[in-house]
Write a protein that binds this ligand. Structure first.
Ligand SMILES: Cc1cc2nc3c(=O)[nH]c(=O)nc-3n(C[C@H](O)[C@H](O)[C@H](O)COP(=O)(O)OP(=O)(O)OC[C@H]3O[C@@H](n4cnc5c(N)ncnc54)[C@H](O)[C@@H]3O)c2cc1C
Length: 520
């Protein structure tokens, strides 16, 4: 421990952000290598707990707040095991760094952090850089968080291909994934600070403007935050259950923990390095199975990289109403309709089931996200930012680039090469939840409707409705919209078994609204 700070003493301050892990962590490794003392620091930034940009939903909802708290707590324990510690500061990083620098005045200071690519995060970086300049401290920002390193890309950021396939082919052909960063067993010691600066306690969830979420037994993500849980999940999905060997066939599932990797919340908080996933998959492929599924995990992970690089290319445009493409579009802001979507009360069972799962757990499958997003923008014609900000508030795995990139894509203002793609809710729900078990899990009002008839209760006769104890417009809403293309699939719905996709006819109007006022 350092008691008297000497001019020649080098102290590195590692500011953790979305990189809450010890393994494969370049900021920690660099600080350890280049300084005599290392001070790891995390700030609970009050700005992250305010409202979203336009619609003022809580920016970090209860599930993610809880996950973040668990992740920071776990990081502190891990750092202590490696001979270090984590200072926890309640407030803006700019304020924390200023205080810490003051306390360490006299030594050679370096601030090391992982760089981010979107405006709010970059604004913080600019302020920190300014503080470093003013105090003559060194400032080092390091690229992290992606599978492929930005510095290895075969094109300049402003030439990132506008189609995912073009990007993927180029990257897969020309690049190699870098090895993980080797971490020391024992970190350099922490410096001694002025007595007025403490190591800080973990805040309570209430202290972060939230309340403890109620655990939900049906959650597809019943896991904790933090690196320890992330590495356990990686081990279990690959080595314990071999679920990864069926990933490609199961990834569109809706129920349970094993249909997809569930890595995203840990990736979003940086508790899990994508490179660790890759290198662990390499081992798995050598020792167990190498197939389409093991490749496909990387294929999907590359989408995450893609949205990060695309966000760098288009900057703030990913947040604009007309998106990256700048495609002019009129978006509606009907808050009654939005509320029906938000609360899972649209009267369209597949949409409602997914929205209720999100509300109750902070999680929704990729299949669900594609559908509810398409429904919001293509069926309800609502402002896509309502959806994006609601996801930002609730998702356990919220990642600015993946969330806004995917919303741009679904809204047809991003980089989907298929213009005007629109999901057919009834076809999708029959394809992915044929027997309606997922709907029954989240929309119990409909549980008595047999088989695939559950997908469109408004098509049932009054006798069938009363047999199933449904009173449409009363204990379950009438649909807020019925798209003409649904009729082909509704008519094919059977008590049990696949619907006939060829049956029925398509009407010539886009959609019509049914009794929006009757929702409850
Ligand atoms: C409207 C919308 C919003 C989304 N918002 C987010 C978000 O905020 N954060 C987020 O991580 N993902 C987001 N996704 C992408 C995707 O739905 C989730 O990554 C995925 O469901 C997470 O589950 P998993 O880890 O089991 O994924 P798996 O199917 O197991 O995939 C493995 C990993 O690949 C990455 N991945 C897979 N699909 C995508 C994709 N379409 N875009 C980017 N990365 C992908 C994720 O890191 C994921 O963990 C969004 C998708 C849509 C349609």
């Amino acid at each position: 421990m350092l008691s008297i700070v000497k001019m020649s003493t080098k102290v590195a301050i590692c500011l953790f952000r979305n990189d809450l892990r010890y393994h494969d962590n370049e900021i920690l490794a660099l600080a350890h290598k280049s300084a005599d003392f290392v001070l790891p620091l995390y700030c609970f930034d009050s700005r992250h707990f305010e409202g979203t940009h336009h619609y003022k939903f809580p920016k970090t909802g209860a599930f993610r707040t809880q996950f973040l708290l668990e992740s920071v707590e776990d990081l502190r324990k891990t750092l202590v095991k490696h001979g270090s510690n984590l200072m926890i500061f309640h407030g803006k990083p700019e304020e924390a760094i200023f205080k810490v620098f003051k306390s360490l005045a006299g030594s050679k200071l370096t601030l090391v952090l992982q760089t981010e690519v979107t405006k709010e995060e970059m604004d913080v970086e600019k302020c920190l850089q300014k503080i470093c300049q003013e105090t003559r401290a060194s400032y080092i920002n390091i690229w992290g968080s992606t599978l492929y390193h930005k510095g290895d890309l075969p094109f300049q950021i402003n030439h990132v291909p506008d189609s995912y396939t073009g990007f993927r082919k180029d990257v897969e052909e020309k690049l190699r994934i870098r090895p993980e960063i080797t971490m020391p067993d024992k970190m350099k010691p922490v410096p001694t600070l002025a007595p007025e600066i403490s190591w800080g306690n973990l805040p309570t969830i209430e202290g972060l403007n939230s309340t403890k979420p109620i655990p939900c037994l049906s959650s597809a993500f019943p896991f904790n935050g933090g690196e320890t849980a992330a590495l356990q999940r990686l081990k279990s999905y690959l080595w314990d259950t071999n679920a990864v060997a069926q990933y490609k066939e199961t990834r569109n599932g809706l129920i349970g923990t094993e249909y997809s990797t569930k890595f995203s919340p840990w990736l979003a908080h940086g508790c899990l390095s994508p490179r660790r996933i890759h290198w662990e998959l390499e081992k798995y492929e050598l020792q167990r199975t190498k197939n389409q599924s093991t490749y496909w995990v990387r294929f999907e992970l590359l989408w995450r990289d893609y949205f990060k690089f695309v966000s760098m290319k288009y900057g703030d445009r990913i947040f604009y109403p007309n998106g990256m493409k700048g495609k002019r579009q009129q978006w509606k802001k009907d808050m009654e309709l939005f509320k029906a979507w938000q609360m899972g009360r649209t009267g369209v069972p597949f949409v409602d089931a997914n929205m209720r799962e999100l509300l109750a757990t902070g999680w929704m499958s990729n299949r669900g996200r594609q559908n509810v997003a398409s429904f919001l923008v293509k069926d309800l014609l609502l402002d896509w930012r309502l959806g994006a900000e609601w996801f930002e508030s609730l998702l356990l795995d919220h990642d600015v680039c993946s969330n806004y990139g995917n919303w741009n894509y679904v809204a047809g203002i991003g980089n989907d090469p298929r213009e005007n793609r629109k999901f057919n809710m009834i076809k999708q729900s029959m394809d992915y939840d044929l027997e309606g078990n997922y709907i029954r899990m989240w929309v119990p009002e409909l549980k008595e409707i047999p088989g695939s008839k559950i997908h469109s209760p408004w098509m049932l006769s009054s006798g069938a409705l009363s047999a199933a104890k449904i009173r449409l417009g009363d204990n379950y809403p009438n649909p807020v919209v019925v798209a003409p293309e649904w009729s082909r699939h509704q008519k094919g719905a059977k008590e049990v078994g696949r619907g006939n996709p060829k049956g029925g006819s398509q009407r010539g109007i886009d959609f019509y609204f049914k009794n929006p006022g009757s929702q409850k």
